[in-house]
Design a protein around this ligand. Sequence first.
Ligand code: PHE
Length: 351
Amino acid sequence: MSDGPAPTDFASANARLAELEQALIADVASAQDAAAVDQVRAKYLGRHGLLQALWQVLPQMPPDEKPQFGQRLNTLKTQWTQAVEARRMALAAPAVDGPMLDLTLPGHPPAIGHRHPITQVIDQVLGVFERLGFAVIEGPEIETAFHNFDALNIPPDHPSREAFDTFFVNTTPETLLRSHTSPVQVRYLEAHADDPRPFRIVVPGRVYRPDALDASHCFQFHQIEGLVVEPGVTFADLKGLLAAFVQAVFGPATRLRFRPHFFPFTEPSAEADISCIFCRGHGCRVCGQKGWLEILGAGMVHPRVFAATRWPTASRGLAFGLGVERIAMLRYGIDDIRLFFENDVRFLHQF
Ligand code: PHE
């Protein structure tokens, strides 16, 4: 710092201020306690301090430079005071052991949930059918034997009515955990028997069977049932609807084939396969070299179902039922059904 006579022009006065500022910064940094800070404050900012001394040169300055220089002195007084007081506070703060709290670090984002993969598949399938004019209907998971079996033409001695194939809840009246979504066909028909009009419904829901748990069986899973009752509806309509459905869900190149099958509540009945989405029908491990994957059961509504629900027995309808887990497993390449129900977020986060 030059100790010569006080400068009288703006440029050299500014240069002097810059020198002072450097000196102040050094002095502030080396002050180790409150008394030292007081000394620095007195030296630069006190009534007889270095900054105050510069006010004395103001009268000697050219008149057009005076206002700017005065302003500069005022600004520096504020800045320097802040620097000195910040040092005082830093020295007063208690010493911190261990890592400092770093307020600039990003926070912990809250975990945001999303729909379960099964729900996503259900929503997608329902969306396809809603665009085809279907309404979405639901029914109870605890059912009567009448809705789950009798009205669907499943006789009392049918094997699916054995205790090892159905979870029974009560004996009188006989109630059970529904083993498929088809009882909702019965409920919907019953509810509209007095005013039988054409309709199209899809029914998503949980179903239960006392199967031993393994990679492809679980005691609970989901089905989506479909029922169309319209004059003149045929097996060709059933094929057309299901072809539109599999192409929407599995891609336009997917082929559909029907195999004859038996269900007591449809006649004729079929099981439907899609061309394997992994090998495009050439044969691979997933389809067991067959080139086809079974995905649903379907058929034309049996007249006895109309009779049991007090509909005109000449009514015509088509019905189908598909397993949601099966579709989700194929869609996402999942090889174990248990993953859907274990609530392991490492699995669920991937969808
Ligand atoms: N309810 C049948 C099942 O669970 C599927 C099905 C529904 C078949 C509708 C035909 C018509 O296997």
